[in-house]
Design a protein around this ligand. Structure first.
Ligand code: HEC
Length: 103
């Protein structure tokens, strides 16, 4: 086994044992990280900005899960977010809740 493979296995085990890390890995594997970063604005808004905006919004996780799958625009600026058809409803809710926890 190569060193990097062993490292990936270790990282995978750690990710599975921690919900936050598992979600971070999910965001990476679903390519969210191409446009989103926790604190640095890339193409989409930061996770902390999203969490801040919906802090008092009890239904936010469910609504954002729908927006993650369908995509959309006009909430944060001119650039729309493309639809993410590969993301399941369950994954979208996990990701939405994880993003909303960035405070
Ligand atoms: C190609 C770039 C791109 C990718 C890939 C992308 N996003 Fe976005 N995302 C954006 C942009 C741009 C916005 C702002 C849209 C707007 O102004 O309404 C956004 C907005 C959001 C919002 C806030 C929506 C709202 O209504 O406030 C969430 C949550 C979000 N993205 C999560 C995700 C997740 C999770 C993934 C991965 C499954 C993902 N994004 C992948 C570009 C992207």
């Amino acid at each position: 086994m190569t060193g990097s493979r062993r490292l990936l296995l270790v990282l995978g085990a750690v990710a599975l044992s921690s919900p936050a890390l598992a979600s971070a890995e999910l965001a990476r594997s679903r390519n969210c990280t191409a446009c989103h970063h926790a604190e640095r604005r890339v193409i989409g808004p930061t996770y902390t900005a999203i969490a801040g905006r919906y802090a008092d919004d009890a239904g936010a996780a469910e609504r954002l899960a729908g927006r993650i799958i369908a995509g959309g625009g006009g909430n944060w600026g001119q650039t729309p977010m493309p639809a993410q058809p590969a993301v399941t409803r369950e994954e979208a809710e996990t990701l939405a809740r994880w993003i909303l926890s960035h405070r």
